[in-house]
Design a protein around this ligand. Structure first.
Ligand code: FAD
Ligand code: NAG
Ligand code: NAG
Length: 521
């Protein structure tokens, strides 16, 4: 007994010496508490500048802020251990989950703190996506790790003939990252955004507690986390609803020269929740942006270019109808009769038939880069708004025909509507309150070091215009720095937002890059 005790003391002693030595060699940045080195998880913490530098930039490339350390957890328990330590540590340091860093404004940064590389949760593991197709429908679902990419979720569910209903345009985004925002694309008018299609979440709160939540259980946390900008916890698992996957997609591009007809048709299409399009989006095309698209033949491309030259700008309504091979001819007829009700320029409807996955995975990162320049040199000062339907016309005149008039290229500009009743009122995501239909406007230009600030200035002008005209807009993937602006952004939801923060992350440890709460509450 005595000798065992002795050896224990010796071990502790040796460990202390060892840590003292390794301390000197690892040189813990002074923003982090020394106690971090005593944790079992210490070998998952990376301090070398090569690694921290990689995590100090994001897709936007507009700003830079290095964390003191990068954490590579192998399990949700590892994350809980780190957060619990931070919560009890007298020394304040922040923690940001990072999906793929596809934010554009440093939202996944943790300056001087710890970035959690969520990808390491899934690395080399096959058990992070579980499809459940045994229960009777409609309770088919997939349990996916918060770090998982939507493209991988799609591949797994398709093996069971199933698919999530609501998407983003680009699928190499993480489940936890998009659920912290909203997750929008052309299916949202029918099914709501991705945050409307979740049954359950596992969340590690800012106190380090692991909580399972749903509409029934811990519902305040559930609704808070959805669209909650990472402020209340780190999502480690999401249970997402599934439906049978269609085999084929009839994909349409319809060209308009008249903005009113374009939006009227979009609104008509999103009101048809039964037989109609399964996907509705739209964009502005002008000048250099009307380059030949792979969607249409070169000959048709020329036609479209001439039209754009004549009218200055054109609008492209993008639609899709899902179908089964066996019913193809019937669906073609239905699409034809739908087209008869629409007011696109005669002769300017282009269609294509593709596989379901070919349609969903249509956007690749390549498309968002400028082909001639290196990826490193492409900046993305992206700017997204939600606007009430009644003001979309004012916006068009002042912004597309005004502020952005001389931008050539203007870059990708998305314009499409949603039905508000598909957005649960209790979720954190902020949307315009007043009308049943609201639009998303996405200004998604590529920029250089030289011109990005000019584009950024234009975005500020757009915000000023909206303020002046009393347009009840909301930013999507918002970026604000003052509490007044955040308060205005969340509007009547602000009070609940603060209350949830006080309850689940009172020390304001999580996702500091959003710059909503900058000190413990
Ligand atoms: C090419 C491209 C196309 C896009 N298309 C769309 C689109 O069609 N529709 C759409 O809605 N969005 C779109 N986005 C935006 C995208 O939804 C956001 O970038 C989002 O942040 C997801 O990116 P991410 O998974 O890399 O998360 P990150 O950028 O890494 O993180 C985003 C925020 O969420 C927090 N976070 C990350 N993981 C978790 C987690 N597991 N739990 C809690 N908080 C977490 C982070 O701390 C950070 O604050 C697009 C982005 C790009 C670059
Ligand atoms: C960091 O990167 C540099 C240059 O690529 C390399 O020489 C160095 O060995 C790297 N350091 C570590 C700790 O990986
Ligand atoms: C998938 O199921 C396995 C086995 O039950 C479990 O260990 C794992 O945590 C599950 N994964 C998710 C993301 O729920």
């Amino acid at each position: 007994m005595a000798s065992r005790r002795f050896s224990h003391i010796t071990t502790v002693f040796l460990l202390t010496i060892y840590r003292a030595i390794s301390l000197v060699s690892v040189d813990l940045p002074d923003t982090l508490p020394l106690g971090l080195l005593d944790l079992d998880i210490v070998d998952k913490i990376q301090l070398d500048p090569n690694t921290t530098t990689q995590f100090s930039i994001d897709y936007g490339q507009l700003s830079q802020a290095a964390p003191a350390a990068v954490y590579c957890p192998s399990s949700p328990d590892d994350i809980a251990a780190l957060v619990r330590f931070a919560y009890t540590s007298p020394r304040y340091f922040t923690i940001a989950a990072r999906g793929r860093g596809h934010s554009v404004r440093g939202q996944a940064f943790a300056p001087g703190g710890v970035v959690v590389d969520m990808a390491s949760l899934g690395r080399g593991r096959a058990d992070r996506i579980n499809v459940s197709s045994d229960d009777a429908p409609p309770r088919w679902y997939v349990d996916a790790g918060g770090e998982q990419l939507w493209i991988d979720v799609l591949h797994e569910t398709l093996k069971h003939g199933l698919t999530p209903r609501s998407w983003t345009d680009y699928l190499h985004l993480t489940v936890g990252g998009t659920l912290s925002n909203a997750g929008i694309s052309g299916q949202a008018f029918r099914h709501g955004p991705q945050i409307s299609n979740v049954y359950e979440l596992d969340v590690i709160t800012g106190k380090g507690d692991m909580i399972t939540c749903s509409r029934e259980e811990n519902s305040d946390l559930f609704y808070g986390v959805l669209g909650g900008l990472g402020q209340f916890g780190i999502i480690t698992r999401a249970r997402i609803s599934l439906e049978p996957a269609p085999q084929r997609v009839r994909w349409l591009h319809l060209v308009y020269t008249n903005f009113d007809m374009f939006t009227r048709d979009q609104e008509m299409l999103i009101s048809k929740l039964e037989k109609g399009f399964d996907y509705v989006e739209g964009r502005l095309l002008k000048g250099k942006d009307v380059s030949s698209s792979s969607f249409i033949s070169e000959e048709d491309s020329e036609k479209v270019k001439l039209l754009a030259d004549e009218f200055g700008a054109i609008y492209l309504l993008e639609g899709a109808v899902y179908y089964e091979q066996a019913t193809a001819s019937m669906v073609y007829q239905e699409v034809e009769s739908l087209l008869k009700q629409l007011s696109f320029v005669p002769g300017f409807a282009f269609t294509k038939d593709v596989s379901y996955i070919g349609f969903l995975d249509r956007v690749h990162e390549e498309d968002t880069k400028q082909s001639s320049t290196e990826h490193e040199d492409v900046l993305h000062p992206w700017f997204n708004l939600f606007l009430p339907k009644s003001r979309i016309r004012d916006f068009e005149s002042a912004v597309f025909k005004g502020i952005l008039k001389n931008n050539n290229p203007v870059g990708l500009v998305l314009i499409y509507p949603f039905n508000k009743n598909k957005w649960d009122d209790k979720i954190s995501a902020a949307i315009p309150d007043e009308e049943e239909v609201f639009y998303t406007i996405g200004l998604l230009p590529s920029a250089t070091r030289e011109n990005w600030e000019y584009l950024d200035k234009q975005h500020h002008e757009i915000l000023s215009f909206c303020h002046q005209e009393g347009i009840e807009f909301k930013q999507y993937l918002p970026r604000y720095v003052t509490e007044t602006d955040w308060r205005k952004h969340f509007g009547r939801k602000w009070h609940v937002f603060v209350q949830l923060k006080r309850q689940y992350d009172p020390k304001a440890l999580l996702s500091p890059g959003q710059r909503i709460f900058t000190t413990p509450l």
